[in-house]
Design a protein around this ligand. Structure first.
Ligand code: CUA
Length: 325
């Protein structure tokens, strides 16, 4: 029967959301832990309330008016319809209210500015006393440390959401929102845009890599360094092409003439997990595909496709970008 199929499908969808790298119910951060606790408290409280009211309703249908005084029926209505919900719902309000102060948590020493843009993520790490380190489309975090994320948008409303780590926060043009989070275990998690922001909204994701603090500091030092120039081979040819084609008008590769700020910073693009903001795996073939046919991979993306280039030049560009570790 269709009813059973729909129930099975619902169960599958519901169970699918319970674990994995993008689940609010498999928390890897303090804030996501609070949200999961609140969720299960609500499910339990709602379940108790539902069972009690349903039980009272079934009991009431079996009563014979002739055999019971009038106050029994009235008592059931007042008890099941007013007193019980009042008690349970008030009880459920308490854990939610108790969590409110934690929303005002002060951030740690590390601040990360993230800007949601159609359809990618501009990222900059601000360390106390250091220059900001620009990156894109991937976020690294130290385990066990409070990090303040400063969230903005230059175009339309996006929403920043890493379900495994914290609740979502909108990125609104003309406004600066903040999110403080603390990852509690290492791993790679998935973040996504959670507000419809145009054609490629569904193609706007990012990886979040949580590592031990020492590893994070070492990584940030590497990320802050300029790109190493390839000395020979296709990668060196690709570096020349990158310069001649004017790619630097939109992209920055620190240590080169490329200083554009319209598109993602590519200084260490080869060290990231994905291309095109979580869309393609970061390998040579995908780099070639992305450069040659950007809009086939991500409709309406602002980067023009370079499919008119000879295959050898596409290969050289991909080799160069693939060398930027
Ligand atoms: Cu950005 Cu949806």
């Amino acid at each position: 029967p269709p009813g059973r199929h729909i129930f099975a499908l619902w169960l599958l969808v519901a169970a699918g959301g319970c674990s994995g790298s993008q689940s609010a119910l498999d928390p890897a951060g303090r804030e996501a832990g609070d949200i999961a606790f609140l969720f299960w408290t609500m499910v339990a409280g709602g379940g108790v309330l539902w069972a009690a009211v349903a039980g009272i309703a079934v009991y009431a249908t079996r009563l014979r008016p002739a055999e019971h005084p009038e106050w029994v029926g009235r008592g059931l209505i007042l008890g099941g319809g007013v007193a019980l919900p009042l008690l349970v719902l008030t009880g459920l309000l308490v854990p939610g209210l108790a969590m409110l102060p934690s929303l005002r948590t002060p951030g740690g020493p590390l601040r990360i500015a993230v800007s949601g843009e159609q359809w990618w993520w501009r990222v900059a790490y601000h360390r106390p006393g250091g220059e900001p380190v620009a990156s894109a489309n991937e976020i690294r975090l130290p385990r066990g440390e409070q990090v303040e994320l400063v969230l903005t948008s230059p175009d339309v409303i996006h929403s920043f959401w890493i379900p495994s780590l914290a609740g979502k926060v909108d990125m609104i043009p003309g406004r600066t929102n903040r999110l403080v989070l603390e990852p509690t275990r290492t791993g790679t998690f998935r973040g996504a845009c959670a507000e419809f922001c145009g054609t490629a909204h569904a193609l706007m994701a990012f990886a979040v890599v949580v590592v031990e603090p020492a590893e994070f500091d070492a990584w940030l030092d590497r990320e802050a360094a300029p790109a190493a120039a390839p000395s020979e081979g296709p990668a060196a040819r690709g570096a020349e092409l990158f310069d001649q084609l004017g790619c630097g008008g939109c992209h920055t590769i620190r240590g080169t003439r490329a200083q554009g700020i319209i598109g993602p910073d590519l200084t260490h693009i080869a060290s990231r997990r994905s291309l095109g903001a979580g869309i393609l795996p970061n390998d040579h073939a995908s780099l070639v595909r992305w450069i040659a046919a950007t809009s086939e991979v991500k409709p309406e993306v602002r980067m023009p496709a370079f499919g008119m280039l000879p295959a050898a030049e596409l290969e050289a560009l991909a080799s160069y970008l693939g060398s930027l570790r």
